[in-house]
Design a protein around this ligand. Structure first.
Ligand code: ADP
Length: 493
């Protein structure tokens, strides 16, 4: 069985920043209120953090507005903006392990994953966007008439950005990176579960030369600070990552206020399809990673593992063994940490119960691990049917659901039978099968013989109720630019 959680060790870092960051300064909230942020290993308080309310969002938006209208950020040359973002990436690298420890402490993810994957990716993403800053340029288009026609790309203005807790700093990079590279100013509302790392790195961004007001960071709760940002009349664009239900709320708030454009990156129930030509050991390992990575807390988790009937029994036996061997405790050399908080912990346990009640076979796990914190035993269900709640609703936890299929047409139909369309995994050596599935699956990312490949240049986003728009890559810039067409008559065409 999975290794027991021992006494948690003290994180090698301390909390230096716990206030709001408005107009380049750390300040208390207008109300003076704070809220606690917890260590998911123990449920104990790490720090009390300034709680942003409506007045704080107003202050942050007016700082961002002034920094946009009067500059200097959008008025710097693109090269100057790019250099500041490059310097920021250098500072992230310099403080890599300190940032990673803070992230692990607040989020519970394994330190090795924070230090070797997430924080390096933050630096990489920032360099990617720094590289774009001075390469965004317009077009001259041919028109049917004696006209000189230019298309200009301008920053869109003040960007409101709301991010979740599962990858606090990757979500920071996906949002703040393109917004600043395009010359916008930002008000960022972090998730109430994980406010610490964004404050730390934003301080570094100012050290790198970011002018006051270009990025403002407000910690606080969704229905108050988040809703105030989404419905603010002076915010020109909203970018949101979180659950599909909250996505609907913020889209409505945006529409009812000033009709600001919104990009949404929402939930998923992504299929991972294992064909019968697969090397079963490799397929098990990949499907395991697709689901269990980050404690199962990925919007694109491969949470419906479809396995061809010819390899099904062998796959289930090996998937079970793999889950039972998972090691837990985030500051050791381990694979899985605790879930983020009590709410998510209880929700996942509830879904495990639904799986049992609905008649799926519990192969491994099925309950909490230890007596402290929010650890859940890696859980595997076989004999899962499409209609069961564990097969149709997003669990966001370490619960693998294995479903059996017979042929390609059937699995295409079943895989697409979801309100979500974020990602899909395919495991096969047959090129025709891979091509057929690639064309047929309705999802924004298709991973063939791999999963969770998140290069800075690869666009990411959802079909259907998984979202609007794309993040990362060239596509992400479109969400942060306004398009202006300029027409001038030509005297001598
Ligand atoms: P989760 O259930 O995983 O916490 P949410 O979608 O509720 O996902 O949270 C993602 C982000 O959205 C967080 O920053 C949260 O504070 C924010 N949020 C939650 N509710 C609202 C709301 N009503 N308006 C704006 N933002 C919200």
């Amino acid at each position: 069985t999975a290794a027991a959680v021992e006494e948690p060790i003290a994180p090698p870092v301390q909390v230096n920043y716990n206030q709001l960051l408005i107009n380049g300064k750390f300040v208390d909230s207008a109300s003076g209120k704070t809220f606690p942020t917890m260590d998911p290993r123990t449920g104990e308080v790490i720090a009390h953090v300034a709680e942003g309310g409506i007045e704080d969002i107003n202050r942050a938006v007016s700082a961002a507005r002034q920094a946009f209208d009067e500059g200097p950020w959008p008025k710097l040359t693109a090269y100057e903006r790019s250099r500041i973002i490059y310097r920021f990436a250098d500072l992230i690298e310099k403080h890599n392990d300190e940032i990673a420890a803070l992230e692990t402490w607040d989020n519970g993810k394994p330190f090795e994953q924070a230090a070797r994957i997430e924080i390096p990716m933050l630096a990489r993403l920032m360099r990617y966007y720094a590289g774009w800053a001075d390469k965004i340029h317009g077009l001259i288009v041919p028109a049917d008439g004696p006209h000189h026609v230019q298309v200009l790309y301008e920053p869109i203005g003040v960007c409101g950005q709301i991010i979740p807790w599962n990858f606090p700093l990757l979500m920071y990079a996906w949002k703040v990176g393109p917004a600043l590279a395009c010359g916008n100013t930002v008000v960022l509302k972090t998730a109430e579960q994980t406010p610490l790392s964004a404050l730390f790195v934003s301080k570094l961004l100012h050290e790198a030369g970011l002018p006051d007001g270009a990025l403002n960071v407000v910690s606080g709760f969704g229905p108050i600070a988040g809703a105030a940002l989404a419905s603010h009349m002076d915010v020109d664009k909203l970018a949101f990552t979180g659950s599909t239900n909250t996505g609907k709320v913020v889209l409505e708030l945006a529409a009812r206020s000033n009709l600001k454009p919104v990009t949404l990156e929402l939930g998923g129930k992504s299929p991972m399809i294992i064909m019968d030509d697969a090397d079963v050991d490799k397929a098990v390992e990949l499907a395991h990673f697709a689901l269990f990575f980050n404690q199962g807390q990925c919007c694109c988790a491969g949470s419906r593992t479809f396995v061809h009937e010819r390899v099904y029994d062998e796959f289930v036996a090996k998937a079970k063994a793999r889950a039972l061997n998972l090691l837990l405790d985030p500051f050791k050399h381990v694979e899985q940490g605790p879930q983020i908080d009590e709410g998510q912990f209880n929700k996942i346990l509830h879904y495990i119960k639904c799986g049992v009640d609905d008649g799926a076979t519990l192969e491994a796990g099925g309950g909490r691990l230890g007596t402290k914190g929010y650890y859940i035993r890696p859980t595997v269900f076989s004999n899962v049917e499409d209609g069961m709640r564990i097969a149709s609703e997003e669990i966001f936890g370490p619960v693998q659901s294995i479903l059996k299929f017979k042929d390609l047409d059937e699995v295409i139909r079943r895989a697409n039978n979801s309100c979500y369309g974020l990602a899909a995994g395919v495991f096969t050596n047959n090129l025709d099968t891979a091509n057929t599935l690639t064309r047929a699956l309705k999802a924004g990312s298709i991973w063939i013989n791999c999963f969770d490949v998140f290069d800075a240049a690869i666009p990411f986003g959802g079909y259907k109720m998984s979202g609007h728009g794309r993040e990362k890559g060239l596509e992400s810039l479109k969400g942060y630019l306004q398009v202006k067409s300029v027409v001038t008559p030509l005297k001598n065409p």
